[in-house]
Design a protein around this ligand. Structure first.
Ligand SMILES: [Zn+2]
Length: 62
C-alpha cells in the first residue's frame, strides 16, 4: 500500500473502511479495505458507490 495517500470521507461499513483519495492525476479514487486481521481484502474503485457496495457485500473470511 502506498503510504502517501491522503484519505478523506472515511466511513466504516462492518469491518470494511471506505475512503476517497486523490490519485495525483486529477482523479478521485475510492478504496474499500477490510480492517479485520488476516483478511487482507482491499480494492480500488472509480466510483464511490461501487466501493461502498463492495464494502456492504464483503464476506469476511477472518
Ligand atoms: Zn474482511
Amino acid at each position: 500500500m502506498p503510504v502517501h495517500r491522503r484519505f478523506r470521507d472515511r466511513i466504516r461499513i462492518g469491518p470494511v473502511e471506505v475512503a476517497t483519495y486523490h490519485d495525483g492525476r486529477g482523479r478521485d479514487r475510492h478504496t474499500a479495505a477490510c480492517t479485520a486481521p488476516g483478511c487482507g481484502f482491499s480494492s480500488d474503485y472509480a466510483d464511490r458507490s461501487a466501493a461502498e457496495l463492495a464494502a456492504r457485500t464483503h464476506r469476511c473470511r477472518a
